[in-house]
Design a protein around this ligand. Structure first.
Ligand code: SAH
Ligand code: SF4
Ligand code: F3S
Length: 464
C-alpha cells in the first residue's frame, strides 16, 4: 500500500475530544495501516481522558508511530528522537513512546539506545497503552511487544484524523502470512487475521452517517480476507449495499491471490471503485522467485488483462523494488518491459533496503552497488512519469465523477480531489461554489504527470 510521509495527528481530534489538561501528540510514519492505527491509539487515549495537540512543545505525551520497511524509515525516527530528547530537557515531565513496526522490530534495544524513550509498544499492544502509560508515570520504563493471533481492535472506535469528513480508512485485517523474502512486515505485524465482517459494516455505516463519502479498506493482502465463509468479494458486496452512497476503495491486492470474483463484484456495484493497487515488485521471473512472491511476470500480466477486461475504467497502480539481491541489468530491463506491457497508471518505486532477519537477509547478498540501484531507480521513475502522463492524457475530453477534498495548493480558487477511479484531479474555479465532500461531474481538459485538470461539467452536484 502507499507509504505516507510523516503525518501529525491533531486538528479534528482537537475538535472532537473533550478538553483535557493532558495533551498527546502523535506523529505517524509508514503506510496507511499505521495511519489507521494512530486513529485507534487516539481513540484509546481519548477514552482515557487525553486531549490532543499538533504542537509537540505543549504535549505531555509524545507518541511516534513508526515504520521499519526500509532502513531510511528508521533513520528518520532516530533523528526525531534526538529532537524529543532536547524537548524533554525543557519539559522534564514529557513522556515519549515509540509505537509501530520499528518498536516491534527493535523492542528493548530502543529503550537501551535512546534513553529519551519511556515506552515501547508494538502494533498488537495498543489496548495496553493506558496501563503502560501508568507504569511510566510511576517511574518505570514500559514495554509491550507481544504479537497476537486474535487482536483486530474490532471493538475500538478510532478517532478520525481527516480535517474534513471526506474519506476514512477501515482496517479489515492485520498481519501477513506471506513471506516475501525482502519484507519485514510479517515480523513486525505477525500472523494474518481478519476482523469480523459485522464490525466492519457497522464502522462503515457510522462513517456514512457522519457524512464521509469515501472509505478505504486496508489489509496487507485483502484477497485473503475471510470471516466465517465471508470472503473479500462478499465483504465488498455487503459493504456496497450497506453504504450505497459511499465510494469504497481497498488496498492492497496480491497478484497471486487476486480472484476474478472480486473484479466481477466491483463491476456490479456502482459505488465500488475500479482502483486496483497490485504490487508487482519486479518484471523478472528469476527475481520474483528470489523474492518469494509466488507468481511469474506472465501470471501478473494475465491478472492485469483480467482487470482491464472486467473494469475497462480501472486505474492500476503498483510497487516496484529495484536493486534486489543479485538483480542483473537484464533482469532490471525486464521490469521496465513489464511496466510498459502493464501500462501502469501510477507506480510507487523503491530501492531495495536489506532488513535484518528477513529471508533475503539470511539467504542472499545485498550485492547491487548503491550507484547502480540509484541509476535503476531513476530509470523506473522516468518511465513511471511517462506512463503516468500517458494515462492522464487518455482522460482529456472525458467526463468523470470527482470527490472534492480541499482547496488546491497552487491556486486556492481551485479544488483538489479524486476521480471515482482514484486519480488526482484539480477542478478549476470550484472552491467558492462547492465545499469539500461534494461529488461533481467534471470534464478533464488538461493533464500533467501529477494530476488531471478539469472544469465543472454540470453545476448541480451529484452529491452535496
Ligand atoms: N503487503 C503490502 C506491503 C507493504 S510494504 C503491500 O503489498 O502493499 C509496501 C511496499 O514497500 C512493498 O510493496 C515493496 O514494494 C516495498 N518494500 C517492502 N520491503 C522493502 C525493502 N526491504 N526494500 C525496499 N522496498 C521494500
Ligand atoms: Fe510484505 Fe509480501 Fe506481506 Fe506485502 S504480502 S506485507 S510485501 S510479506
Ligand atoms: Fe506499514 Fe512500515 Fe509497518 S509500511 S506495516 S508501517 S513496516
Amino acid at each position: 500500500m502507499a507509504l505516507a510521509h510523516a503525518r501529525v495527528f491533531g486538528q479534528p481530534a482537537l475538535q472532537e475530544a473533550t478538553p483535557s489538561p493532558y495533551k498527546a501528540y502523535i506523529e505517524t510514519y509508514g503506510c496507511q495501516m499505521n495511519f489507521a492505527d494512530s486513529e485507534l491509539v487516539a481513540g484509546i487515549l481519548q477514552a482515557e481522558g487525553y486531549g490532543f495537540t499538533t504542537d509537540p512543545q505543549e504535549a505531555d505525551l509524545v507518541l511516534l508511530n513508526t515504520c521499519a520497511i526500509r532502513e531510511h524509515a528508521e533513520e528518520k525516527i532516530w533523528q526525531r528522537l534526538k529532537y524529543f530528547q532536547s524537548l524533554k530537557v525543557r519539559r522534564p515531565h514529557l513522556l515519549v513512546g515509540v509505537l509501530g513496526c520499528m518498536a516491534e522490530r527493535l523492542r528493548k534495544k530502543l529503550l537501551e539506545e535512546a534513553p529519551v524513550v519511556d515506552l515501547v509498544a508494538g502494533p498488537d499492544s495498543y489496548r495496553h497503552l493506558p496501563q503502560l502509560i501508568r507504569q511510566v508515570e510511576s517511574g518505570a520504563k514500559a514495554i509491550h511487544v507481544l504479537l497476537s493471533r486474535e487482536e483486530t481492535y474490532a471493538d475500538i472506535a478510532p478517532l478520525r484524523l481527516s480535517p474534513h469528513r471526506v474519506s476514512a480508512y477501515i482496517s479489515i485485517m492485520r498481519g501477513c502470512n506471506n513471506m516475501c523474502s525482502f519484507c519485514i512486515v510479517p515480523f513486525t505485524r505477525g500472523r494474518e487475521r481478519s476482523r469480523n465482517w459485522e464490525s466492519i459494516l457497522q464502522e462503515a455505516q457510522d462513517l456514512a452517517a457522519k457524512g464521509y463519502k469515501e472509505i478505504t479498506l486496508l489489509g496487507q493482502n485483502v484477497d485473503s480476507y475471510h470471516d466465517r465463509g465471508v470472503r473479500f468479494a462478499q465483504l465488498l458486496a455487503r459493504l456496497a449495499e450497506a453504504v450505497p452512497q459511499v465510494w469504497i476503495r481497498f488496498a492492497t491486492s496480491h497478484p497471486k491471490d487476486m480472484q476474478d470474483e472480486v473484479l466481477e463484484t466491483i463491476a456490479s456495484y456502482p459505488n465500488l471503485t475500479p482502483y486496483i493497487h497490485l504490487p508487482v515488485q519486479s518484471g523478472s521471473d528469476t527475481v520474483l522467485q528470489r523474492m518469494n512472491r509466488g507468481y511469474t511476470a506472465a501470471w501478473y500480466l494475465q491478472r492485469v488483462e483480467a482487470i482491464r477486461r472486467y473494469l475497462p475504467q480501472a486505474v492500476l497502480s503498483t510497487d516496484i523494488i529495484v536493486g534486489f539481491c543479485g538483480e542483473t541489468e537484464a533482469e532490471y530491463q525486464e521490469t521496465l518491459a513489464l511496466m510498459r506491457a502493464a501500462a501502469f497508471d501510477s507506480v510507487y518505486h523503491f530501492m531495495y533496503s536489506e532488513r535484518p532477519g528477513t529471508l533475503a537477509a539470511r539467504r542472499y547478498k545485498d550485492d547491487v552497488p548503491l550507484e547502480v540501484k540509484k541509476a535503476r531507480l531513476e530509470g523506473v521513475i522516468a518511465l513511471a512519469q511517462e506512463l503516468n502522463l500517458e494515462s492522464h492524457r487518455r482522460q482529456v475530453g472525458t467526463v468523470h465523477l470527482a470527490l472534492l477534498e480541499k482547496p488546491a495548493r497552487k491556486d486556492p480558487r481551485d479544488m483538489a480531489g479524486r476521480t471515482f477511479s482514484g486519480q488526482a484531479v484539480v477542478v478549476r474555479q470550484a472552491a467558492d461554489r462547492y465545499p469539500p465532500s461534494t461529488i461533481l461531474k467534471v470534464r478533464i481538459v488538461e493533464a500533467t504527470s501529477a494530476t488531471l485538470i478539469g472544469d465543472v461539467a454540470d453545476p448541480s452536484p451529484v452529491s452535496p
